[in-house]
Design a protein around this ligand. Structure first.
Ligand code: ATP
Length: 296
């Protein structure tokens, strides 16, 4: 992963008539990293993504991909990006293989070995006409089309929609592989768990505005802890903050620091029980979207 951004937006705004769908969004995505865009329905995720692809013109502000302005040089941008739209429109009269051949020849960035590998991993029957396939099967073919070419950037709009749990896991594995190959990935989602496992950074949107950016590495080093002490602790530990104590003497708090130091501290106190887990994205997300219901 490099520090130089391969995707950037500056004060990006989009109005549909009088409605402000995106409001001064400024983000940057380092080359080789994975960025998750999170937010409830209508937060502006697809709008932002469609501006990045050059399908929508910003009302104000600007966006660049690989140094190219997304609106003025959209052909250059799309040459470098593999894109999965939220709503699929495939050529239904073709088989999966015919579609691969057709689009592959148009774009010219095919990787036949990866195509076959993905077809096996996703359990895709490439010889059946798309009209005979379920919506989930069509989505698998679309994912194969997006993940197989040798492009530096992959942008996916809610990629796990309509996928069964097995396929969802297979997709997350393949996105990890793409990251290992050095591809930059941006994807939108409602599902916290998949964002949590895959992303280096998360942008939380609300009503078109960027509410929060979260480096996942920082989040992973924060832990929720619950400790039962026989008697109240006598010492303090840097990085450990107690938030509440129950009448039964259960101390609840957060710890940011070396785990060995925490254990050494607890060993010196009258610890009788302990629960420890990462803070998790859910806690951060709900600061901005308290009413949203998302999975664990
Ligand atoms: N063409 C359009 N004309 C008018 N309003 C639009 C148009 N496209 C999107 N919007 C509005 O802009 C807002 C942002 O929509 P967008 O599709 O970007 O949200 P989203 O975060 O992708 O939502 P979802 O999770 O439901 O896909 C919504 O309120 C939507 O109704």
């Amino acid at each position: 992963m490099s520090d130089s951004p391969i995707i950037q937006t500056q004060f990006l705004s989009k109005r549909y008539g009088a409605f402000q769908a995106l409001d001064s969004l400024s983000i940057d995505v380092p080359a080789g990293s994975v960025m998750g865009i999170l937010g409830p329905n209508g937060a502006g995720k697809s709008t932002a993504i469609r501006i990045l692809l050059g399908f929508l013109r910003p009302s104000s502000g600007s966006a660049q991909v690989a140094g190219y302005d997304c609106w003025k040089s959209s052909v250059e941008v799309r040459r470098r990006v593999s894109y999965l739209p939220g709503e699929l429109r495939l050529y239904e009269n073709m088989t999966g293989q015919q579609l691969l051949d057709f689009l592959g020849n148009v774009r010219g960035l095919r990787n036949p070995v990866r195509e076959q590998h993905l077809a096996r991993q996703f359990d895709i029957q490439l010889n059946r006409p798309l009209t005979q396939l379920s919506s989930g099967m069509k989505r698998k073919i679309a994912l194969l089309l997006v993940l197989s070419p040798d492009v530096p950037i992959i942008i996916l709009d809610e990629p796990t929609n309509t996928l069964d749990p097995t396929m969802r896991d297979a997709l997350l594995d393949q996105l990890q592989e793409a990251k290992k190959r050095g591809q930059t990935i941006v994807f939108s989602s409602h599902v916290l768990s998949e964002v949590e496992t895959l992303c280096d950074e998360v942008a939380i949107l609300k009503s078109g505005r960027l509410m929060h950016r979260q480096q996942m590495e920082v989040l992973r080093s924060r832990r929720r802890i619950e400790v039962q002490f026989a008697v109240p602790p006598k010492r303090e530990l840097p990085g450990l903050t107690w938030e509440s104590v129950t009448p039964q003497g259960l101390y609840i708090g957060e710890y940011l620091g070396e785990i060995g130091q925490l254990f050494a501290y607890l060993a010196l106190e009258s610890t009788t029980d302990l629960q420890i887990r990462p803070v998790g994205l859910r806690r951060i997300y709900h600061q901005f979207h308290p009413a949203s219901v998302l999975d664990a």
